[in-house]
Design a binder for this molecule. Structure first.
Ligand SMILES: Cc1cc2nc3c(=O)[nH]c(=O)nc-3n(C[C@H](O)[C@H](O)[C@H](O)COP(=O)(O)OP(=O)(O)OC[C@H]3O[C@@H](n4cnc5c(N)ncnc54)[C@H](O)[C@@H]3O)c2cc1C
Length: 443
């Protein structure tokens, strides 16, 4: 099989998390002819976990992990940094309790794996067992919270109601009428975490960055040739941790939807601003109504606002500086509504990141064709999911069996087909606009 040249990732250069990294080693690029026992494309959560597991299980094997950009430059380094144990909002509605328990177990396995690696390698990434608030601004958000509380009771998971006053003591804002606190979520600095994971890979993994794979081709021996601009890799087995870009290699065509969401952060608050702010450090709040606004305070005194969704058929190329400037102005409104006492504190960075959703909210995990495996489409919550699905994808590729592997196979499936263009684009854009309109009081 040969595919046309892939549309490659192109993220903006204004991600706050990535800009805060320092002492990055020089990138090693793909050059010349290489052979690998296993090649993994994509060094986000999924690809990093897959490469690590392959290396641990097969210490004699040569594993190449390749990314088009630097590690941490893609979505895995530009997200809001919540590592969530609970099933995703749509999965929480699933009628089968066993399905939800499997998801919970898989996410918790991912968290404990990440915790172990952070401890073992001393990864400096603001890793913290902070839990998570889910906040309602008005009646619409409150209705979502009531529904969420019922789902949590059905699941048998602990949660606490937090009123406006108690929440304000933590988050320094009176903006929310109520929240639900769930204790199982961890927070982190995503670009620092994925960089720490990449720099601590076993010695038999070679990381190649700034090395976009433009084309895949099957070879005469039933293996694969990965073509880059300055070199190529021959391998019998290929694992794709390429999220939405999986479709660029000709797989899961017309089944994934490329979506972008955006974040802005402030500079680090001064001592005086911190006193004005009046809340604590190191917390995270997601919106009760999912079209609302996510807010975080980092351990190093920055406030973050995340909202706005865009359908991005050309990924990063579908955005522009003007679009990001408008989004930064919208973020500003959400920020000042929450923290009027900090209205003079500027944002230093506004960035976006692209990920995949599917119309039936189903994640793909498995073998796409002989020797090609993929985990793709996490519906926007990929820190825990990417980690566990990447790990288990490696197990699948080497023929290992485990109860976790059977669990992930039971909860994943085939993302449903999209309608053809122009109906798809029109439909997605009008759905995003309608959700934003309905949720305007929660944004
Ligand atoms: C603003 C924002 C906030 C978010 N907040 C959260 C959150 O708080 N918690 C959470 O769990 N999730 C969150 N997400 C979603 C999360 O970031 C993604 O689900 C996750 O990063 C997916 O991980 P992944 O490894 O599957 O894919 P990615 O991180 O997208 O990694 C895929 C990698 O493949 C590389 N690649 C693609 N094509 C090629 C090619 N042809 N050649 C070589 N390399 C290639 C890319 O450069 C990229 O590095 C958020 C996303 C955004 C944008």
């Amino acid at each position: 099989m040969t595919n046309k040249n892939a549309n490659l990732p192109l993220d903006d250069s204004s991600c706050g998390w990535y800009s805060a990294l320092h002492d990055l080693p020089a990138a090693k690029r793909l050059q010349g002819q290489q052979r690998a026992d296993y090649a993994v494309i994509g060094a986000g959560f999924a690809g990093l976990a897959a490469a690590r597991r392959l290396a641990e299980q097969l210490p004699e094997a040569r594993i190449l992990l390749i990314d088009a950009q630097r590690v941490g430059y893609g979505a895995s380094g530009r997200n809001s940094g919540f590592v969530i144990d609970l099933p995703h909002k749509f999965a929480l509605e699933h009628p089968d309790p066993a399905h939800k328990q499997r998801l919970l177990g898989l996410n918790r396995a991912a968290i404990s794996q990440l915790q172990g690696l952070v401890d073992q390698h001393g990864i400096d990434c603001q890793w913290s067992h902070a839990g998570k608030y889910q906040g309602a601004v008005g009646p619409r958000g409150q209705a979502y919270l009531e529904h969420f509380a019922k789902l949590m009771k059905d699941l048998g998971e602990p949660f606490e109601w937090v009123d406006r006053g108690a929440l304000a003591k933590v988050i320094g804002s009176q903006h929310y009428s109520q929240a639900i606190f769930t204790p199982g979520c961890y927070l982190m600095q995503p670009a620092a975490l994925v960089n720490g994971l990449a720099r601590s890979l076993p010695a038999n993994v070679e990381l190649l960055e700034e090395s976009p794979i433009q084309r895949l081709e099957s070879d005469a021996n039933g293996g694969w040739v990965l073509h880059g601009s300055q070199g190529r890799i021959t391998t019998p087995k290929l694992l794709l941790g390429t999220s939405i870009f999986t479709q660029e290699f000709g797989y899961l065509r017309n089944r994934l939807l490329p979506v972008m969401t955006f974040a802005s952060w402030t500079r680090q608050l001064t001592d005086a601003e911190l006193a004005e702010y009046g809340g604590q450090l190191d917390w995270g709040l997601t919106p009760a109504d999912h079209a609302g606004t996510t807010v975080r305070m980092t351990q190093d005194r920055r406030l973050i606002i995340r909202n706005t969704y865009k359908h991005v058929p050309k990924y990063g190329r579908s955005t522009s500086d003007a679009m990001r400037q408008q989004i930064a102005r919208d973020h500003r409104k959400a920020f000042v509504a929450r923290f009027p006492q900090l209205a003079a504190v500027p944002f230093t960075h506004t960035w976006g990141g692209v990920y995949a959703i599917s119309r039936n909210f189903t994640n793909f995990f498995g073998e796409l064709q002989d020797g090609v495996f993929a985990s793709a489409c996490d519906n926007g919550v990929g820190a825990a999911w990417g980690t566990i699905s990447g790990t288990l994808l490696a197990d699948l590729a080497i023929g290992a069996d485990s109860s976790q592997l059977r669990d992930i196979q039971a909860v994943t499936g085939m993302p449903s087909l999209n309608p053809p263009e122009p109906f798809l684009g029109l439909g997605v854009r009008s759905r995003i606009r309608l959700a934003a309109f309905n949720s305007r009081s929660e944004i």
